[in-house]
Design a protein around this ligand. Structure first.
Ligand code: PMP
Ligand code: GLU
Length: 395
């Protein structure tokens, strides 16, 4: 690391999901037949009705800076979506559109975290949460969960993690990487704990909302007791297969949304204008329109679970949402396979990449060192071939 770089950047970890995807791409460019199951990225095309809206926007000469927090009619579409799908009531000034949910999360951390603030992260958590917290001088406080409790925190665990320095709780449901979905009763338990701690905020990352196989997504912000302290984060990357379009958004208490607007005004000036026009069309559609992708993900989930459960030493929970499996592979730790000692999940992930040419991500990146994450946002043929290669290598 170059000596002149800031300490902040020297201490920042590289995003492991993106690093693994880059490594897989590099091997592919060298002619290796790598199957990439590391990146959480739908393998579908963006639906035509959305692409057509973008083409129209170009022809209509949408080319100027947009309002920093997004076009007014996009914010209206988001307000309608929050009401329709999530029972959340927001006004225009509560909404901020950003360059992906990732920037939305970064904005929130920028406006709420002071150095020394503690942020509670149920593990496993999405890779970027802990590093964004650290970039802001905050302290991630992990709550360990395991496969037995379907990787979900309980109210009691939350209560035990709260200190006078706790600023917020930050989690995703459906969860990346475990696929766990909190139901209404489980959220109620969390809300009841937070009701007694009125200075703690909640970041609820709901980007996988529609990729939910048991149905009935519940937004924690819909509970009256906590709505004034919840920031609901969402985006179009996953549900609409629009990762590269880079649009995410939040619904938040007015003063938090305005502060995010201020930060964004100094950093990006707002999200891409054509993508914003296309997202109006996406959000105004009935979510049924993307059901075909969800059905396909569900059938791939069943397939990959069936296949992985046939590999000794792979222990999987049944994910109810998102498009990842998160097997516990600690059975292999300390063992030598084909002359390679597997000490931990990072070794396993690297071993699978180098010897089976299958890209996964180590669980360490998500705060769980016993697991690896495998994305099934890939064709069934690729999933079958990848698991076959893993099995042949390990068994
Ligand atoms: N949150 C979670 C849980 C994610 O998996 C992702 C992955 N991209 C993001 C946020 C960020 O999404 P984007 O920036 O593409 O909207
Ligand atoms: N969210 C995806 C993942 O977890 C995309 C990668 C990223 O944004 O870090 O793989």
């Amino acid at each position: 690391m170059h000596q002149y770089l800031s300490d902040r950047v020297k201490n920042l970890a590289t995003s492991q999901t993106l690093a693994m995807a880059a490594k897989a791409r590099e091997l592919k460019s060298l002619g290796k037949d790598v199957i990439g199951l590391s990146l959480g990225e739908p393998d579908f095309n963006t639906p035509d009705f959305i692409k057509n809206a973008a083409k129209k926007a170009i022809d209509q000469n949408y080319n100027s800076y947009t309002p920093v927090d997004g076009y007014g009619d996009l914010k209206d579409a988001i307000i309608t979506k929050f009401k329709r799908d999530n029972n959340l009531n927001y006004e225009s000034s509560d909404i901020v559109v950003s360059t992906g949910a990732k920037q939305a999360l970064y904005n929130i951390a920028s406006v709420l975290i002071n150095p020394g603030d503690e942020v509670i992260l149920p593990c496993p958590y999405w890779v970027s949460y802990s590093d964004i917290i650290k970039l802001k001088g905050g302290i991630p406080v992990e709550i360990k969960t395991s496969i037995e409790d379907n990787f979900k925190m309980t109210g009691e665990q939350l209560l035990n993690s709260i200190t006078e320095k706790t600023k917020m709780v930050w989690f995703s449901s459906p969860c990346n990487p475990s696929g766990s979905v909190y139901d209404k009763d489980e959220l109620k338990e969390i809300v009841n704990v937070l009701d007694a701690h009125k200075n703690i905020f909640v970041i609820s990352d709901e980007i996988y909302e529609h990729i939910n196989y048991k149905g009935g997504h519940v937004s924690i912000g819909s509970f009256d007791k906590i709505k004034d302290r919840t920031i609901t984060v969402n985006g179009v990357s996953k549900a609409f297969a629009m990762t590269g379009w880079r649009i995410g958004y939040i619904g938040a208490p007015h003063w938090i949304a305005r502060a995010c607007n201020k930060v964004q005004g100094q950093v990006t000036s707002g999200a891409n204008c054509i993508a914003q026009r296309a997202v109006i069309t996406a959000l105004n559609e009935n979510p049924d329109k993307i059901e075909y992708m969800v059905k396909e993900f569900e059938s791939r989930r069943d397939l990959i679970l069936d296949l992985l459960n046939n590999i000794p030493g792979f222990q999987c929970n049944v994910p109810d949402g998102a498009f990842y499996v998160f097997p516990d592979i600690s059975h292999y730790f300390g063992k030598e396979i084909h002359g390679v000692k597997i000490k931990n999940a990072s070794d396993m992930s690297m071993f699978l990449l180098e010897k089976a040419l299958v890209a996964t991500v180590t669980g360490d990146a998500f705060g769980n060192p016993n697991c690896i994450r495998i994305s099934y946002a890939a064709s069934k043929e690729k999933i079958i071939e990848a698991v076959e290669r893993i099995k042949n290598l390990l068994v």
